[in-house]
Each structure stands twice: as C-alpha cells, then as structure tokens.
Ligand binder design. Structure first.
Ligand code: AKG
Length: 379
C-alpha cells in the first residue's frame, strides 16, 4: 500500500559476508544484512496475502543461511535461501529497498519546519469548504499541521460543534475528563483557567496525563469581547534557542521531571515528566509546560536553583515576541496545533463587552498520520 515506485533499477547484487550488497542504475550502493533481508521477505508465505502482516517467525527459523543473490530481468533483487532441502525465493522491489537504505545515516537537520514569529507571519491556511469537501484540501491542512504544528481553517459556519466535524474528517476525538468536546467560555464556577476570562500564559493542555492529547483544535463561534487574542509559540524552536544560549539550562529541563496535577470533584489526574522530552534518537519529542497545574516541586536541593533559572528563561522565551505569534480568531475560523509542540495561550478578555465562545477537541497523532499517509498514497 505504501507508495515506493522508483525509476531506479538494480544493476548489481552480490553476497559480502553476512550482507548483500546492491547497486542501482545511478551508481548508488547499499548493503543489507542477510538476517534483515530474510526477516523482510515480502512473499505470500512470509506475509499474509490479505492483511500483508508478517507471518514469518524468525524465532522458529534458526540461523539464517547465506543466500544466492541475483538481479532479476526487471531490476529487482532475487535471493535464494537454502531451506528444508530446497530453496525459498525472496524478491525485493528496488524502490522499496531504496526507501529503506539508511547507509547515509539520518538526514541532516531536523526538517520539521520549526518556526519563529518572523517565519510565521501568515498562518498556513485552508478554507472550511476545501477541508471538508476535498481530499486535496484535507491533505494540505494535515501536511501543514504535521510540518509546522499549526494550521488555520477559515470561512467555516458558526452553528456549533463544527470542531467535531473537523475531527471526524481525520478519525474520532480523543476524549478526556473535559469530554469529547469542550466549550471555552467564561463560566461562573470554572474548574479550569481556560473557563475564566484571565490571561493564559503559553501552555500545553493536560501535561498531567501520562498520554496528553497530541493535537488540539479550537473553533471560534463568537469573539466579540474586548481582548482575548490568541497566542502561539513553537516550543521546539524555543527549546533549541535555550540550548544555544544555556546548554546546562536545557539539560536540566530535558532531564528533571516535574509534577503536574489536576483535581476537581470527580477527577484527580497526576503525572511527572521533564519539561522537554526527547525521543530515542535524541530529537525533541514533546514539551510539558503548564504553570497553573504544575504541582509541588520535588527535586534534589542542589538542582532547585538551576531548574528555576532554566524554567524562567524558557518561559521568557516562550512569550518573547521573537517567537510568539498573536492574532484574533474570527468566528468561523479554527486553529489546529500540535499540543505537545506548539504552546498556546490567550490575552485576558472582558466578558462584559461581548461574548467569546470557542469549542475545543483533541485528536491523536496516530490518526492524523494515518489519514495523511492514506491521502498521500496517490503520490
Ligand atoms: C484551552 O482551552 O486550553 C485554552 O487555552 C483556551 C484558549 C483561548 O481561550 O483562546
């Protein structure tokens, strides 16, 4: 299903010790371990013919023997494995092999489109009609959301619950203790700072969950009150800036866990994690910053001063106009952002001057990535 058509055919294949070396017709070369090749055999005995899932079980196979290698007449890699007194044949598409060749090491640069305010003067945007009625519109919107962690939808209706319609273009909402969808209005007995009219410092939602929501959509139904501008900052760009300025501060934020906790009449949800998360390759993977649900600070006494230095500097950079963008959401507009990368906030508003009503919902990254990959299959 994954597209891997490539104009390049193989011109050479030979066994070199425990690897198979291949050459494509543009001179590129790569080497694949034979255990890896046997494990990835795409034939219908090794992959289920309908589900395409792996049915070959290495654990029952024993040591992987040396195969015989050849280039087939249409430029694919053919391998013959001596097995059970006969041979098992594997055929590898040259384009598929090329996609999996990581012999050059990881590509340079992060390539994830980190941005500062100067680089985000115009928000990437798609109209509601294009997003809801065309695959091309949906694809552009999701590509922007994935790459920049932020994307605007414009010119939508204002009947209410459109936010769920947007989520359903992708999959289904990620439900939390605030429901499938939540109304951001100033309420008489708020259980969350968002449901007041106060200024909201840049934050991610629900860092008190082991698995916070990945993407957040905020759909504007009314914005007639004075104030209430939206504020957004790319937390990954800021984390990189902190690392450049003060590597020790960055390291403490990336390694020192912080407690978060939300409590109301029915819920008590707590989790402890560093402010800056990194994945197994060391790349930035998440930001957890939300000052109003940060719980009691628990860390070695010697770390406290450097932690506060780092935390305050990170916060200053998050609100620095070099990094933070500010705009007024209009009724019928929806801002979507990567909740674990792009921090959001708002200026205070005066509820006596008019109504302000946003509706919010969350969606899982797996669903966004899946919808995008399916849309990209066409090439
Ligand atoms: C939230 O719901 O998490 C918010 O931060 C609300 C933002 C806004 O009112 O613009």
């Amino acid at each position: 299903l994954e597209p891997y058509a490539s104009p390049h055919r193989l011109t050479g294949a030979r066994v070199e010790g425990d690897r198979v070396a291949v050459t494509w017709d543009d001179g590129r070369e790569a080497r694949f371990h034979r255990i890896w090749l046997r494990d990835h055999c795409p034939c219908s005995a090794c992959r289920h013919p309908q589900t395409r899932e792996r049915t070959f079980d290495l654990v029952d196979y024993g040591p992987v023997p040396q195969p015989a290698a050849e280039v087939t007449p249409d430029g694919a890699l053919g391998l013959l494995w001596p097995e059970g007194g006969g041979h098992h044949e594997s055929l590898f598409d040259p384009g598929w092999l090329r996609l999996r060749d990581d012999s050059g090491g990881p590509a340079g640069g992060d390539g994830r489109g980190f941005w500062d305010a100067a680089g985000m003067q115009t928000l990437p945007q798609v109209s509601w009609t294009a997003m809801t009625t065309t695959d091309a519109g949906l694809r552009t919107w999701l590509e922007n959301l994935s790459r920049y962690g932020i994307a605007l939808i414009t010119d939508g209706p204002t009947e209410g619950e459109e936010v769920l319609g947007a989520v359903e273009r992708i999959g289904w909402p990620r439900e939390t203790n605030f429901g499938r969808m939540f109304d951001v209005v100033s309420k008489p007995n708020p259980n969350n700072a968002a449901y007041t009219a106060i200024k909201l410092e840049p934050h991610v939602d629900l860092p008190n969950w082991q698995r916070p929501p990945d993407f957040q959509f905020l759909y504007c139904l009314e914005n007639a009150a004075e104030g209430g501008a939206s504020l957004l900052t790319d937390g990954f760009a800021v984390a990189e800036q902190l690392k450049r300025e003060d590597p020790e501060a960055f390291e403490v934020l990336a390694s020192q866990p912080v407690d978060f906790r939300f409590q109301d009449e029915t819920a008590d949800i707590a989790f402890r994690a560093p402010t800056v998360g990194r994945d197994a390759d060391g790349a930035l993977s998440e930001i957890r910053f939300n000052n109003w649900i940060r719980d009691k600070l628990r860390m070695p006494a010697d770390t406290v001063p450097v932690f506060y230095r780092a935390y305050v500097r990170f916060w200053e950079l998050l609100r620095d106009p070099r990094f933070m963008i500010r705009f007024q959401l209009q009724p019928g507009q929806m801002i979507g952002f990567d909740n674990l990368r792009v921090l959001h906030g708002r200026e205070s508003f005066d509820p006596n001057t008019g109504r302000r009503h946003l509706q919010g919902a969350y969606v899982d990254r797996d669903l966004v990535n899946s919808r995008l990959r399916v849309l990209q299959r066409g090439g």
